[in-house]
Design a protein around this ligand. Structure first.
Ligand SMILES: *Cc1c(COP(=O)(O)O)cnc(C)c1O
Length: 383
């Protein structure tokens, strides 16, 4: 294997060197417990405060509205279960979409077992929910709407500001899973009327096992972990100081470069999409233009098994995905792809390529060069 082409940035990213550099002293030199009062602890406490400020300013929230978690899944679980159980007397109805990440979908499934009612909104052929469907679904029992900012498989960016506006008018809490969006598209929780927002550091060049939940001040939500006073007593436990520092630095870098980097990725994305669409029997999944995540490509090939395609690419040193990382290896085709109305066969022939900071035009050209041959070979072997 001569080359290594990583095109799975939506699954996870590496840690940027500047991020690691800021984290390092907090593993060894500055190890003090942030809750202690001596001087080495003031250093760690100060570092946590600074990271919280950086994250808050990246989404235009207050710093006391940011709560650190162990990642995106934990933030999603907390937001949905925390709101559901704290607002039970107001109602038992939750609205989400059928293309959410499993961290949202399976949490909603669990709440159904606990006596809650969940509406799973359908999406159109591009993966957008319809605002009219949302308006009709809200009843006087509805307590929460949870709609993802951008989809992890097909890259569709939902009409978040309009959803926020409706939730505000109807007095319903609005949570968004922004794990794929943050660092790629500008987010303003005030302007967009977002009450709760989930993020995960390893999707924007920070460490794994680190995330945050933004909870708008004054919202009624259950605490997640009972214990000490950390995270304003809502999520107890000694902080992952190095992780928090890394996440803060990573979000700062992502937001600084957001405009130029998204322009660069959109150019590479569209070159790759246009090149792939020249192959016969191929279809683009998801939206185009500025309603699609800058680094996301998702196409389906007729008469191709996605898993076989992934292995062929892997043999050439190319890392890609057939769906979300969680559903890779599963036999059932992606629920997201079935929800946008494509056939089971085409869903099984899907390929997701996600680009990031190290992606070059050379890599795009290389992929476009090898793809027609790979597709031809697989089709010949299977017919
Ligand atoms: C990756 C991802 C998650 C889960 O985040 P973890 O940090 O891996 O728990 C949740 N939602 C979306 C949209 C994701 O892409």
């Amino acid at each position: 294997m001569e080359r290594e082409i990583y095109m799975d940035y939506a699954a996870t990213t590496f840690i940027k060197p500047e991020v690691l550099e800021e984290m390092n002293p907090y593993f060894t030199q500055y190890f003090g417990n942030p809750s202690s009062i001596y001087h080495i602890s003031r250093k760690t406490k100060g570092a946590i405060d600074m990271a919280r400020d950086r994250i808050a300013s990246s989404i235009n929230s207050r710093n006391d509205e940011i709560y650190f978690t162990s990642g995106g899944s934990e933030a999603d679980n907390w937001a949905i279960k925390g709101i559901a159980f704290a607002n039970r007397e107001k109602g038992n109805h939750i609205i989400t979409s059928c293309i959410e990440h499993h961290a949202v979908l399976h949490t909603c499934n669990y709440l159904e077992e606990q006596g809650f009612e969940v509406t799973y909104l359908p999406v159109d052929e591009y993966g957008f929910i319809k605002i009219d469907d949302l308006k009709e679904a809200i009843t006087d029992k509805t307590i929460l709407v949870s709609i993802m900012f951008a989809n992890n498989e097909i890259g569709t960016i939902e009409p978040i500001k309009e959803i926020g506006e409706i939730c505000k008018q109807r007095g319903v809490f609005f949570h968004t899973d922004a794990v794929q969006a943050i660092g790629n598209i500008p987010i303003d929780v005030k302007d967009m009327n977002i009450d709760l927002l989930s993020m995960a550091s390893h999707k924007f060049y920070g460490p794994k096992g680190m995330g945050a939940l933004y909870i708008r001040k004054g919202i009624k939500i259950h605490n997640l972990i009972h214990g000490g006073a950390q995270e304003r007593a809502r999520r107890a436990g000694t902080e992952n100081v190095a992780g928090i520092v890394g996440m803060g630095k990573a979000i700062e870098l992502a937001v600084q470069n957001i405009e130029s980097e998204s322009k660069r990725l959109i150019f590479l994305r569209d070159k790759l999409i246009n090149g792939l669409l020249k192959i016969t029997g191929v279809k683009l999944n998801g939206a185009s233009g500025d309603k699609r995540l800058p680094g996301n490509i998702n196409v389906s090939f007729e008469g191709i098994d996605g898993e076989v395609l992934l292995m062929s690419l892997d043999n050439l040193g190319i890392c890609a995905s057939s769906g979300s990382a969680c559903s890779a290896g599963a036999i059932e085709p992606s629920q997201v792809l079935l929800s946008i109305g494509i056939s089971k066969e085409m869903a099984k022939g899907a390929l997701r390529l996600t680009l990031g900071s190290e992606t070059t035009e050379e890599e795009i050209d290389c992929l476009l060069e090898v793809m027609p041959g790979i597709i031809n070979r697989i089709r010949k072997n299977y017919t």
